[in-house]
Design a protein. Structure first.
Length: 337
């Protein structure tokens, strides 16, 4: 009897062991299948929403840099037979998400975007991707790879270092200077400032006496510069994170009787060009907004037609240092040969 009970117990144990073993095998297979699906999702070709509409979304076009992006993208896309809907998010991530949702509702073929924040934009790009709509980012990166098809940005580090070197030379490697910073949420602001200081901080006789954020805005730069000059009326130079702030700084310096001291910026705007030619500013780094915009439209078209761009997602386009020597060749963020 004992042998019979023991035999029954052994059989039961074998059945449980087999069931557990089978369960483990199925779970492992399921996990492998899920992993494979996730990988495929990242690599799959996005067909577009089905229409011939390209959405172009930028910051406010009251800034000539973003106006150039919108104009060039619109003109190039129309040449290729697309309908274009261009709009501004005004650096408002909520408004930008609504615009991405409109693109999804319109079954847009693609979205070209100069985004409203390196972190805040990720979910919008993911939503477009989920809808099968590819996004091509220009000017500003996001802090995630594998969701946008292309991220085409100016080499801010290289450009800012280039104009910083011109600034140091114009300052005679000594003197007190002020820095006007861009918008904190924009990765470009930090990159440019770091590159400026990588060059300038090597010179022990150059001292930064004030640093203020002017958030890329001309009026704010004018006001901040005026306030700084009340405490530091005898500064020797100014470094600006962009040309719009450069224009505001130059106006404040003129009002304070300091016109002509070294001032640098980054962008390559026509306004900065004119100030350089007039001797009121020293240099700017041309971010090739027109060329970057053309690249984005071409890559969007290539991707929609061929399922690939043939290029890496992250693409750096070198800046060109603009001084009195070549400023006359600059127009609308393009440098003629």
């Amino acid at each position: 009897m004992k042998r019979k009970v023991l035999s029954i117990l052994l059989c039961a144990a074998m059945v449980v062991t087999m069931a557990v073993g089978c369960g483990k095998k199925d779970t492992s297979s399921s996990e492998k299948k899920e992993t494979k699906t996730e990988t495929k999702t990242k690599d799959e070709v996005l067909p577009g929403g089905g229409s011939k509409i390209i959405y172009v979304i930028t910051p406010s076009t009251s800034n000539t840099f973003f106006e150039t992006e919108a104009k060039i993208c619109t003109a190039e896309a129309k040449k290729l037979g697309y309908t274009v809907k261009a709009m501004s998010h005004d650096d408002d991530a909520t408004k930008q998400m609504q615009q991405f949702e409109s693109a999804i509702d319109d079954k847009a073929a693609a979205i070209i975007c100069d985004n409203a924040g390196a972190d805040a934009t990720i979910e919008a790009v993911k939503a477009a991707r989920k809808a099968g709509i590819p996004t091509f980012l220009i000017d500003r990166e996001i802090n995630e790879e594998g969701v946008a098809i292309s991220q085409i940005v100016a080499n801010n580090y290289q450009g800012a270092k280039g104009v910083a070197e011109v600034f140091v030379k114009a300052m005679g490697e000594k003197g007190n200077y002020v820095e006007l910073l861009g918008k904190e949420s924009d990765t470009n602001a930090g990159v440019r400032s770091s590159a400026f200081h990588e060059v300038i901080d090597q010179y022990k006789n150059m001292k930064m006496v004030a640093q203020q954020a002017a958030n890329w805005e001309q009026t704010e730069a004018y006001d901040k510069m005026g306030t700084i000059l009340q405490s530091h009326p005898n500064i020797d130079g100014v470094i600006c994170g962009n040309d719009t702030m450069l224009c505001g700084a130059v106006a404040a310096l003129e009002d304070a009787g300091l016109a002509g001291i070294p001032v640098i910026g980054v962008d390559g705007s026509d306004d900065a060009r004119d100030l350089i030619l007039q001797g009121k500013a020293t240099a700017t780094a041309l971010q090739q907004a027109a060329e970057i915009s053309r690249m984005a439209v071409k890559q969007a078209d290539d991707y929609l037609k061929n399922g690939k761009t043939g290029l890496d997602e992250k693409q750096l386009v070198d800046c060109i240092v603009i001084t009195k020597d070549n400023a006359s060749k600059l127009k609308a963020f393009d440098l003629s040969k």
